[in-house]
Unconditional design. Structure first.
Length: 140
């Protein structure tokens, strides 16, 4: 199963992401995000912990991607690998992630595309017998 593919969008960048599980879907979306931003092999030199919550899995997905953008541009941290656990209680969805990566200053190093945010435009996570699929548009 492929991780992601680009989809047509007039002004921004769109991707369709696939995963066998929700955790795979979130990890593959993170990989796609950083493939858009830069061509740089990150090293696993330090860890960063993230805990996020949302009312829906779609909200959690967009919050996750925007948190990664913030980690990169504000905290100057470039993830290389992700260990993700998603808990689905009746009232709230929660994501706990351990990111392995390195310090990286996007303002001192060359990046390909500055991604401002993941948008909520038509975000709907779909489940089938093959796994999960979602489309997301990045504001660039």
């Amino acid at each position: 199963m492929k991780e992601y593919e680009f989809i047509e969008h007039t002004a921004d960048i769109g991707i369709r992401v696939y995963g066998k599980s929700l955790e795979d879907l979130f990890k593959n979306a993170a990989n796609a995000l950083f493939d858009i931003i830069l061509d740089y092999p990150s090293k696993q030199l330090k860890q960063k912990q993230i805990t996020l919550g949302a009312d829906t899995v779609e909200d959690l997905f967009v919050i996750w991607l925007n948190e990664l953008i913030s980690c990169f541009f504000a905290d100057k941290f470039l993830p290389a690998d992700y260990s993700i656990k998603i808990e689905d209680s009746s009232q709230r969805k929660q994501l706990r992630a351990s990111l392995c990566g390195q310090d990286f200053d996007p303002y001192e190093n060359k990046i390909n595309t500055e991604v401002k945010a993941a948008t909520y435009h038509n975000v709907k996570i779909e489940k089938s017998e093959k796994g999960y699929k979602v489309e997301v548009i990045f504001d660039v």
